[in-house]
Structures are given as C-alpha cells and as structure tokens.
Design a protein around this ligand. Structure first.
Ligand code: IPE
Ligand code: IPE
Ligand code: MG
Length: 237
C-alpha cells in the first residue's frame, strides 16, 4: 500500500454522533478529541509524514457560548497533553490559523508545544485552530502588501511558490489525500489554496468512530485513484 505523504482530515460529526447516542454535543467533542489521539498514533504507525487536522474553524465561534467554552476547555487540556505525546513520539507539532484570538493560556500552550517539538521529524502534525482558508489568504496578502509597500517585495517576485511560503503551512507539502468524516461533501473553508490537486475522500462514519480500519479504507481508495495533474499522470515522489 502506497501511503500518502500528507493526509488532511476535516474531523466532522462529533455533535451528531453524541446526539444519536442521547448525549450532549460537548460529549461528542470529548470523544472526538480522544479519537484524535488514537488516529495520530495510527497515522504514525502507518508511516504518514504529515498529518493536518481541522479542529476549529473561523466560523465555529458562531456556535453557542456553552459549546465554544467546552471546546476551549478541551483545547487547553489537549494542547498540554500533546507536549508529552510529541516528545514521546518525536512528532513536530504546528498550529495553523489565527491563534491571537485565543486566550493567553492557549496561546502559551501553543508556543510551548511548537518550541518543544520543533526539531522532531518522525511526523509533522498540524492542528488547524481558528483556521479559515480565506482568512489565511487574507493575512498572507496583507503581509505581502506590507512588504511591497516597504519595498522589500517586488510584484515580479510573486509566483505560486512565493505565495505558498506566506501561508500558515509555509514549507509543508500540499496534502495528497483529504478525508472528511460524517457525510458532508464540502471543504468548509479548509486549506483552499493547498487542496488544489488533493484527492478527496468522504465517508459517512462520524469522527468519534473513525478508526484504523477507516483510515486504511481511505488510503486504499487513494491508492486506487489515477492521480493526474493537468491530464498527466502524476509520478509519486
Ligand atoms: C466537528 O464536529 C468538530 C468541530 C467542528 C469543532 P461537529 O461539532 O461539527 O459535529 P456535527 O457536524 O455538528 O455533527
Ligand atoms: C468544519 O466542520 C470545521 C471543522 C471540522 C473544524 P463544520 O461542522 O464546522 O462545518 P460545516 O458547518 O458543516 O460546513
Ligand atoms: Mg460539523
């Protein structure tokens, strides 16, 4: 089995999964978070080099105050726990998104996590928090405009590689495979630039039930695809 170098996941369906079990949506997030730990282990075991997960979008602030608070509480404890996981497994962790919107404590947890893990290379695990593809592009364009106005960036220098470097994912290869759980077939503002040629896999399985077997199914589906770029068969790196 050819393992995709970079897998991105929109982990969706926590709320519906909980409700279908007669539980509050926030219970679904707790189970979803526990499942993320398992899936990180499985991805590592399968030899995935880059894993990027969508955990909180720029639009998710619109949810009820109670749900947003429960998610923040979960992020605080998860990010702390992640430090041990990163060290134990030699995983580099990066958080992508507009993180200044979070509390000082969460921002500190993120800074610590990124610093502690920055030299590990068994896998790069990116967590998208307060992430939106349009927001990321807007921030990148603002930065480029600032540099152009200051005279340190010329319009002629701007090409696709240059733009990629200004994104939160700068230096990370684009995803080969995108998985979205729980039935919805949309991108919901995730990695708009980076997904240009990514293979898409949608499954009805809700995120709290997405396990190793499901991950292998997604990878097998990817293996059965005839990857093409502009009508030309892509050679795997
Ligand atoms: C995904 O599950 C987790 C987050 C977006 C934080 P949802 O909370 O979107 O669950 P559903 O889609 O409502 O079931
Ligand atoms: C996408 O899921 C965002 C995350 C998984 C963090 P949503 O449940 O928020 O997206 P929509 O509302 O179904 O598009
Ligand atoms: Mg959802």
């Amino acid at each position: 089995m050819n393992i995709p170098r970079h897998i991105a996941i929109i982990l969706d369906g926590n709320g519906r999964w909980a409700q279908s079990h007669g539980m509050p949506r926030t219970y679904g997030h707790i189970r979803g978070c526990a499942n993320l730990e398992t899936v990180v282990d499985e991805a590592l075991d399968l030899g995935v080099k880059y894993l990027t997960v969508y955990a909180f979008s720029t639009e998710n602030w619109k949810r009820s105050k109670d749900e947003v608070e429960a998610l923040m509480k979960l992020f605080r404890s998860y990010l702390k726990k992640c430090i041990r996981v990163a060290v134990h497994n030699q995983i580099r962790i990066r958080v992508i998104g507009e993180t200044t919107a979070f509390s000082k404590e969460i921002q500190q947890n993120i800074a610590e996590l990124e610093e502690v893990s920055k030299d590990y290379d068994r896998m790069v695990f990116q967590i998208a928090l307060n992430y939106g593809g349009r927001d990321e592009l807007t921030r990148a364009m603002r930065q480029m405009a600032r540099e152009a106005a200051a005279g340190t960036l010329s319009p002629e220098e701007i090409d696709e590689t240059k733009i990629s470097g200004y994104l939160d994912t700068g230096g990370i290869p684009d995803p080969d495979l995108l998985i979205r759980t729980s039935g919805e077939k949309r991108i919901s503002n995730f990695l708009l630039w980076q997904l240009a040629y990514t293979e898409l896999y949608f499954t009805d399985v809700p995120w709290p039930e997405f396990d190793r077997e499901q991950l292998i199914c997604a990878i097998e589906h990817y293996n059965n695809r005839d990857r093409r770029f502009g009508g030309v068969k892509k050679k795997d790196e």
